[in-house]
Design a protein around this ligand. Structure first.
Ligand SMILES: C[S@@+](CC[C@H](N)C(=O)[O-])C[C@H]1O[C@@H](n2cnc3c(N)ncnc32)[C@H](O)[C@@H]1O
Length: 205
C-alpha cells in the first residue's frame, strides 16, 4: 500500500524529533485525556500514535491500559526502543485505522492527533468512524485533532482535509455529542506555525 510505504519511509529516514508534528509533550492531548478519563485503568488507544511522546507521558502519569496503533511498524519500533523496558506495558498494533479489527466496545478513550485529516476519501472516513463506533464503549470518549481551517493543506507531502471542530463532529455524526474543542498553534521543530483543532466528543450510550 502506497500510504504505508510512505510512512515507513518517513520513519526510516527522519528522527522522530525532526518531523513537523513533533512536540516534546502533546499538552492538549494529555489535558483532554486526563479530563475524559481520570481513572488510570481507563483503556486508551492512541490511533496513529507513530513514534510520538504521548505514550511516554501517559505511562508517566500512571495509565496502565494503553494501546498504540499505527500504519508504520518502524514508527512503533522507534517508540518501543525509546521506552525500553516500559514498552512491554503497552499494546502495539501495526494496523490501518480504517480496516483494523479492534475489540468491540473496548476502549474508554480513542485519541487521534493528525491522522484523521489524511483521510481524503469519504469511504475511508466512513470506515474509520465505523471502527470508532465499534471499538469505543458506549459513553466512551473520542478526541480527534486535525489541522484547522487555517492550517497547512499538506502534511508530510500528503494532502489533508482541514476542519473546524464542528466539521470534525459532523464527520462523526449524531451518535456522538461534542463536549468541547481546543485550538492550538503548534510550533514545528523549525519554528513555523500550524493551526490544530482538537474536537472532544462522547460516544452516546
Ligand atoms: C502526522 S503523524 C502524527 C503522529 C502522532 N499522532 C503525533 O501527533 O505525534 C501521522 C501518523 O499517522 C499514521 N497513519 C497515517 N495513516 C494511518 C492510518 N490509516 N491508520 C493508522 N495510522 C496511520 C502515520 O504512520 C503517522 O505515524
Amino acid at each position: 500500500m502506497v500510504t504505508k510505504q510512505h510512512w515507513e519511509e518517513v520513519y526510516s529516514t527522519k528522527p522522530s524529533t525532526g518531523v513537523s508534528w513533533y512536540a516534546p509533550h502533546l499538552v492538549h492531548s494529555i489535558q483532554l485525556i486526563e479530563r475524559a478519563a481520570p481513572d488510570r485503568d481507563a483503556r486508551i488507544i492512541d490511533v496513529g500514535g507513530g513514534a510520538g511522546t504521548l505514550v511516554d507521558d501517559l505511562l508517566e502519569r500512571g495509565y496502565r491500559s494503553l494501546t498504540v496503533l499505527d500504519l508504520s511498524e518502524e514508527a512503533l519500533r522507534v517508540a518501543r526502543a525509546r521506552l525500553g523496558a516500559r514498552a512491554s506495558e503497552v499494546v502495539w498494533l501495526p494496523a490501518d485505522a480504517t480496516t483494523a479489527e479492534l475489540p468491540a466496545a473496548h476502549y474508554d478513550v480513542w485519541h487521534d492527533r493528525a491522522v484523521f485529516h489524511f483521510l481524503t476519501d469519504s469511504g475511508d472516513r466512513r470506515r474509520y468512524v465505523e471502527n470508532v463506533l465499534r471499538a469505543v464503549r458506549p459513553g466512551g470518549h473520542v478526541i480527534v485533532a486535525t489541522f484547522g481551517t487555517e492550517g497547512p493543506e499538506r502534511c508530510s507531502g500528503l494532502d489533508v482535509v482541514r476542519y473546524d471542530a464542528e466539521g470534525i463532529h459532523r464527520e462523526f455524526g449524531s451518535l456522538f455529542r461534542k463536549v468541547d474543542s481546543v485550538h492550538e498553534v503548534h510550533a514545528t521543530p523549525w519554528g513555523s506555525e500550524q493551526e490544530f483543532v482538537y474536537c472532544y466528543c462522547l460516544k452516546l450510550e
